[in-house]
Design a protein around this ligand. Structure first.
Ligand SMILES: [Ca+2]
Length: 288
């Protein structure tokens, strides 16, 4: 994914800390920018929300419309569902490698993308829904526990082949980075890239601060409409933009970990490290 760092408006965010993937764990209350405490989780088991619970928390739909689940993977099985996800062929990626053996289900309801070192070479992984689920508009959400070590960055993003086309701004294809995490502090990046990756490349980037984002699981989401993009962390709006004219074509979902200096020095990392994804869900607006 293209990397372009711009210091952005810092948005103080609330947190939801909970152990995930079905494991019991701790959770804690959080205080938002306005000082109000938010109820953390009504889920006694400390699991993430069910679809029914999440539906009740989604942003209010426009009048006469309601949300309906369009696609999901809860990662509850023993192996990655090949009907939902494509794994790119093992290949070099930015001086390291994306390999299939970096990808597994952890047996506790999560997809694990592992970053590891062998014989001085570094490996990480990527999965994508290309050719399986390519979709325009809707509410895209993933529940994630971020990496712990420096030198690699994780991302939940949308991509399509038409992003490489130059012209018509981002309407004919935009890389939408719902979450990029290159830092081990509170910063989270949202980004849009369009008109290819050459001289015509245009980008819009927002960096927000999410206290305690490095602890436990958090949801990262995008509400993509024909008119605008709205980004969320833990259900709280973090960025709203129409940059690039808003993509009007279907995109596929990607989850990835990449090695690079943007995220620090991988040689300082205590490996293996992992990036856990409890679920990815996509909701559509439909008529009531
Ligand atoms: Ca799960």
């Amino acid at each position: 994914m293209f990397r372009d760092v711009r210091a952005g408006l810092l948005a103080a965010m609330t947190i939801v800390v909970a152990a995930g993937c079905g494991e019991a764990g701790r959770h804690s209350a959080a205080v938002g920018r306005e000082g109000e405490a938010f109820k953390v989780s009504e889920v006694a088991s400390h699991r993430g929300p069910t679809v029914a619970q999440e539906l009740a928390r989604l942003p209010a739909p426009p009048r006469g419309r309601r949300w309906r689940l369009a696609w999901q993977d809860e990662f509850d099985g023993k192996s990655l569902d090949a009907a939902k996800w494509e794994v790119p062929p093992d290949a070099p990626r930015r001086g390291a490698y994306w390999v299939r053996r970096a990808i597994e289900l952890d047996g506790h309801g999560c997809l694990a993308l592992r970053t590891f070192e062998e014989d001085g070479k570094y490996y990480s992984g990527c999965v994508r829904t290309r050719g399986r689920f390519e979709h325009a508009f809707g509410y895209y959400v993933a529940r994630i526990r971020l990496q712990r070590q420096p030198g690699h960055w994780t991302a939940f993003w949308l991509m399509g082949s038409s992003v490489h086309q130059v012209g018509d701004e981002g309407r004919d294809g935009t890389e939408i980075d719902i979450m990029e995490k290159a830092w081990l502090d509170a910063r989270v990046q949202h980004a849009l890239h369009w008109d290819g990756y050459g001289e015509a490349l245009r980008s819009a980037v927002e960096v927000v601060e999410v206290p305690h984002v490095m602890e436990g699981f958090h949801t990262f989401a995008l509400w993509w409409t024909p008119e605008e993009y709205v980004f969320y962390v833990d259900g709280r709006e973090t960025w709203r933009t129409r940059a690039g004219g808003v993509c009007q074509v279907p995109l596929f979902i990607k989850l990835s970990s990449e090695i690079g200096e943007w995220a620090g020095d991988i040689r300082q990392a205590d490996l293996p490290d992992e990036f856990l994804v409890d679920y990815v869900r996509v909701y559509d607006l439909v008529n009531q």
